[in-house]
Structure formats: structure tokens, C-alpha cells
Design a protein around this ligand. Structure first.
Ligand SMILES: [Zn+2]
Length: 68
């Protein structure tokens, strides 16, 4: 992976209903239909409506990705 400089990394995120953290949805843009997202922090698996998704920063600790 390569990123230019220290650009802020935005992603389509949603506020987890379990732990209230901003978690990544894996989407590139706001989808038209509800999507299921599993929280990598608290493992809450929920459906989220498009209106609940937004473009924002990931919560600290999720930026690296792949950590458990
Ligand atoms: Zn959570």
C-alpha cells in the first residue's frame, strides 16, 4: 500500500450501535440499500441504513486495519 504524504484518510463509516465507535463499512460511497457491518471492536453485527452512514475518519486504532 502507498499513500501520498499524510493525507487524512476518509472512509464510509458508521457509528457502531454497540460501542459507538466509527467503524469502516468497506464501501466506497454511500450505498442505496442497508448494509450489514460487523464491528471489528466489539463484534456487533448489525444492519445499517444508508442514512446512518457518513464519510468520516475511522476511530483511532482502526486506521491500520487488520489488527485484532
Ligand atoms: Zn462496536
Amino acid at each position: 500500500m502507498s499513500f501520498h504524504g499524510a493525507a487524512v484518510r476518509l472512509a464510509i463509516v458508521v457509528t457502531c450501535k454497540g460501542c459507538q465507535k466509527a467503524i469502516p463499512t468497506g464501501e466506497r460511497s454511500i450505498p442505496d440499500n442497508p448494509i450489514a457491518v460487523r464491528c471489528p471492536i466489539c463484534n456487533e453485527h448489525r444492519q445499517y441504513r444508508p442514512t446512518e452512514l457518513y464519510e468520516g475518519r475511522l476511530s483511532f486504532g482502526l486506521i491500520q486495519g487488520g489488527k485484532r
